[in-house]
Design a protein around this ligand. Structure first.
Ligand SMILES: O=C(CO)COP(=O)(O)O
Length: 146
C-alpha cells in the first residue's frame, strides 16, 4: 500500500519549518491527499497554492482530535507533526491523544524535519506491495466484561 494521505500539523514555533519543508517537497506532495489542522492548513494552502487541503479545526479547538479520529477510521496513512518541545501547549492532552492514536494504529509519524525527510524519501511511500501491519484488536474488543 503506497501512502495516499498525509496529515500535516505544526505548533506555532514550528510552522515556518514545516511550510518550508513542504514547499521543498511540493512535487512529492502533489499526488497526495493532504489534511491539516486549521492554521497549519491555511499557511500550507497559501505557500503551496493548493486549495484542496482538508483543513480541520485549529489544534487547540479540536483539530488534533479530528485528525486522530481520521487515523482511527483509516483515512490517514502518515502523520507529520512538528510539535514544539520547548513550549507548553494548552491542549496538551489532545496532543498526547493524537500521538497515542497514531502509535495504536501503526501509522508512521514524523516529529521533526529529519524524520520527515527519512519517511518522505522512503521507497515505502510509493510501493504498492508494502503493507503496514494493521493491528488486530479482536482480543480487546471481544474480551469478557461482566
Ligand atoms: O495546535 C496544533 C497541534 O497541536 C496545531 O494547530 P493549528 O495548525 O491550528 O495551529
Amino acid at each position: 500500500m503506497a501512502v495516499r494521505s498525509v496529515a500535516l500539523v505544526a505548533h506555532d514555533n514550528k510552522k515556518q519549518e514545516l511550510v518550508e519543508w513542504a514547499d521543498e517537497n511540493r512535487a512529492r506532495f502533489a499526488p497526495l491527499r493532504l489534511y491539516a489542522t486549521g492554521t497549519t492548513g491555511r499557511l500550507l494552502s497559501e505557500r503551496l497554492a493548493r486549495d484542496d487541503i482538508h483543513k480541520l479545526l485549529s489544534g487547540p479547538l479540536g483539530g488534533d482530535q479530528q485528525i486522530g479520529a481520521k487515523i482511527a477510521e483509516g483515512e490517514i496513512d502518515l502523520l507529520v507533526f512538528f510539535w514544539d518541545p520547548l513550549e507548553p501547549q494548552p491542549h496538551d492532552p489532545d496532543i498526547k491523544a493524537l500521538l497515542r492514536i497514531a502509535a495504536l494504529w501503526n501509522i508512521p509519524v514524523a516529529c521533526n524535519r529529519a524524520s520527515a525527510e527519512f519517511i518522505l524519501s522512503s521507497p515505502c511511500m510509493t510501493d504498492e506491495q508494502h503493507q503496514p501491519v494493521k493491528p488486530d484488536f479482536s482480543d480487546y474488543t471481544g474480551r469478557k466484561v461482566s
